[in-house]
Design a protein. Sequence first.
Length: 234
Amino acid sequence: MEAIQESPCKKQKSAPKLKLYYFNIAGKGEAIRLACAYGGLPLEDIRMHVNEFHELKVSGKLAFGQVPALCVDDDTMIFQSAAIMRYVGKLTGLYPTNDDLYAARIDMIVDFENDLFTGLSVSRYRARYGFGFLTEEHVAIVRKSLNEEVLPKHLECFEKILADSPSGWVAGGEQPSIADFILVPRLQWLVEPGVNEGISTTLLDGYPKVKAMMEKFMALPAVVTYYETHVHPK
């Protein structure tokens, strides 16, 4: 197991007061929770019920009508999971503040993770993306294509990137970055039994370096400790 890199927030006199608004699922929120745990950054993890989310949404406090949302010092709200992760990453040492090239490489991975999941997201939330007319039969065809062609093509890219990584972390740094924290929970969700119909639960088996990175991530002391006291949400 690797030693945890000292977090910049620990060197400050006081860390910002953070409140995360999300559901009691992994989704786009788990990366944020784990990043804060890794960096020793206190986080008030508010896991809302659907009715609480609707109340927050109609209040107008959500700029895009979506969560996750991060409230900083009871004053400023940050939206969009990647933006939240970059902010948290700068506080926890998971995103560089003085290395633009490394930051761009991390951003590259984060953007490609979004590409990986775009088709699946559209097939799950059809109306949101203007495809509400698609029938379940259409979705089954899409999922077959995703499982057999689209997802393997993207996963092969990650496999090649990891083959070139000297550390086993996806962005190639000595320590994990927000890219690893974003990617691992999403890949776990991708192949979770009973979650994504039509997507094989063994899909990742053909990508040993991807699986090795995931195992390495889950063995991080801070991640192990976090899940000793928190249920791993679906």
